[in-house]
Design a protein around this ligand. Structure first.
Ligand code: GUN
Length: 297
């Protein structure tokens, strides 16, 4: 029997634990605050940001949302970040990526105060992660790590193949899983668009994590029996539905399920975990800023 990993349920448990930490902070008159900034007309980005804001509201985090015209000068976004850095009620700042081409993405990431960088993308936070002393673990990689833990799949000593080398998922996830800590100690291979024989790599993996953004790239024929499959991909493909599209992962679910001991669905797998770990980082940031200890899940 294949376990279908229920990301919604695991995320709900984490949110419930965070609600308790938020009460502890409330006793000390502290309300965690998360600012989201959107400089895009992209429908998917709009959806993601509104989901993040709704999650804040549900758990008792003060959500602030700022929209900037995608045609506006880059300086408007930079000035907004400066204001949020200086605002004591804001503990986390998330600028939804991608930003328009005329905006320097690296400048955006560098400009956010590392102590409010709840995405964990600032070079200082990436450096700390690589050095084994993370302040904020990037949300999706941290969510993947939590999902493995909740499924009782310990990466220690396992062959993990990550498909995708993005700054947001592949690179930080590889670094998390090789750390000499609980939830790490894996042997990690990172594959990407120039990998010569992808199937040869994925077939030898105990854990395959797909984060490449190519609909259903990996199918059952590329997997070994008993593998754990974590599908980070969320791809819109044309379909005869009300919206005109449906969401599929980077893994062809039906054939992969035949091989896998455990597999995440899309949607309902990694997605809810990304949001839960964003809330986690915001609560952690508020707790550090106020010097009020909380139990984090
Ligand atoms: N765009 C896609 N994923 C993310 C994310 O995790 N954080 C931000 N800021 N933008 C994204």
């Amino acid at each position: 029997m294949t376990t279908i990993i229920d990301g919604k349920a695991v995320a709900a448990e984490i949110r419930a634990d965070l609600a308790a930490s938020i009460e502890t902070l409330a006793d000390a008159d502290v309300t965690p605050g998360l600012a989201t900034v959107l400089m895009s007309d992209d429908g998917a980005s709009e959806t993601y940001v509104s989901m993040k804001q709704r999650a804040c509201e549900e758990v008792g985090i003060n959500g602030i949302h700022i929209e900037i015209d995608p045609e506006a000068p880059a300086e408007e976004l930079y000035a907004t970040i400066d204001d949020l850095n200086a605002d004591p009620e804001v503990h986390g700042i998330l600028v939804q990526l991608p930003v328009p081409d005329h905006v320097d993405k690296r400048e955006v990431i560098r400009r956010i105060d590392p102590a409010k960088d709840v995405d964990g993308f600032h070079p200082e936070n990436i450096g700390r992660l690589v050095a084994g002393d993370p302040l904020f673990k990037p949300c999706t990689p941290h969510g993947v790590q939590k999902l493995l833990e909740a499924t009782d799949v310990d990466p220690e000593g396992k062959d993990v193949v990550i498909v995708g080398r993005s700054d947001i998922v592949g690179k930080p996830l590889a670094n998390l899983l090789i750390q000499k800590t609980d939830g790490g100690n894996a042997t990690v291979t990172v594959c990407h668009s120039r990998t010569a024989d992808l199937a040869a790599k994925t077939k030898q993996a105990d854990i395959v994590i797909a984060a490449v953004g190519v609909p259903e790239l990996i199918d059952g024929s590329m997997l070994k029996e008993g593998v754990t499959v974590i599908d980070v991909g969320v791809n819109r493909v044309d379909a005869d539905t009300e919206k005109g599209y449906k969401l599929v992962g980077d893994v062809e679910f039906e054939s992969a399920k035949e091989k896998a001991a455990a597999i995440t669905p899309v949607p309902g797998g990694v997605g809810p975990m990304t949001i839960a770990m964003l809330l986690y980082n915001t609560v952690k940031s508020a707790s550090l800023d106020a010097d009020v200890a909380v139990d984090l899940p």
